[in-house]
Design a protein around this ligand. Structure first.
Ligand SMILES: [Zn+2]
Length: 308
């Protein structure tokens, strides 16, 4: 384990442990040189039929745990972590009847993805995976498994590199098209749903692209026929490299209270082990609160921080 940790630290400064944090690069995430998944997670997760309380609670041993701190004071940690929206009015369209939960998983595929697929299957729940580029045999296989299991694939950009994709609308679309092409080769279609790395109101885009870049990029994706989705419930699983499992559960259950349609932000990148642990409990609590589950499509309920 010591070896793994030192390798992990060498490859991934703490800030890139959370895939949505700044510096989340394709190199860290999606290449064969990425650090191997922690051994405890290599054991198959027999979620079906296992009581949620039987799932492991403690974070993986040896993983550097960031001491409790307010992520919002960290200038660099603004992406996909915010759960208190302070921006301009959003547009949201409620579904006509019933309570619907759209679980979304960003930044995969990774070795965590397959375990999440198992959990979803055990509950008969469909979800949406906003994936990034992973042009390896394993990556392609995981795209196919997501698709074959009946989940939705969405575009989360190929590289997820803020300084590259948010230089201009053209740069963003180029990166999106690169992933589209890989997905078309792999699963046979190009998704028409998209999530911006960092969300549509992220400020990290300002440095490469200027203050108005997100409006321009959002218009560009609309013109090309994509629908984009932010979230109205954050699991907070990107607020720390390995978020406390119970905090994830509490965040989802409290933020979903009083809402009829929820888009839940979660991550299936390599280190989001507690997201996996929380998932069966989160699903159970949402079911108990009367939610049914669905996957996103272009005409689904959406929640957008920024409307172009
Ligand atoms: Zn992301």
């Amino acid at each position: 384990m010591g070896k793994i940790v030192s390798k992990l630290r060498r490859h991934l400064p703490w800030i890139s442990l959370g895939c949505t944090l700044v510096g989340c690069s394709a190199t860290n995430l999606h290449t064969e040189s990425a650090p191997k998944q922690l051994s405890r997670n290599e054991a198959p997760l027999a979620t079906a039929g296992v009581a949620p309380s039987a799932l492991p609670i403690a974070p993986p041993p040896g993983l550097p745990i960031v001491p409790p701190s307010n992520p919002y004071t960290e200038e660099k940690m603004t992406v996909e972590t915010r759960h208190f929206y302070t921006g301009p009015p959003h547009r949201a369209t409620e579904v006509s009847s019933g309570k619907v939960a759209y679980l979304t998983f960003d930044d995969g595929p990774s070795e965590n993805t397959r375990k999440i697929l198992r959990v979803l299957k055990s509950f008969g729940v469909r979800a949406t995976f906003f994936v990034v580029g992973s042009d390896t045999a394993e990556g392609r296989s995981l795209y196919k498994e997501i698709d074959a299991a009946g989940h939705a694939l969405g575009n989360h950009s190929y590289s997820h590199e803020y300084n590259r994709i948010y230089k201009s609308p053209e740069a963003f679309m180029k990166d999106v098209h690169k992933l589209d092409q890989l997905l078309e080769e792999t699963v046979g279609y190009r998704p028409d749903i998209l999530r911006f790395p960092g969300g549509s109101n992220n400020h990290l885009s300002w440095k490469p692209g200027g203050k108005g870049i997100m409006s321009k990029v959002a218009r560009a994706v609309k013109v090309e026929g994509y629908q984009y989705f932010d979230w109205n419930v954050s699991s907070t699983d990107a607020a720390a490299p390995v978020q406390d499992r119970d905090m994830i559960i509490d965040a989802v259950t409290s933020a979903s209270r009083g809402k009829k349609s929820i888009i839940v932000l979660m991550h299936d990148s390599t280190y989001k082990t507690t997201t996996l642990e929380a998932l069966p409990i989160v699903i159970g609590k949402l079911q108990a609160a009367g939610f049914r589950f669905d996957k996103l499509n272009k005409s689904s309920f959406t929640f957008q921080f920024l409307t172009p």
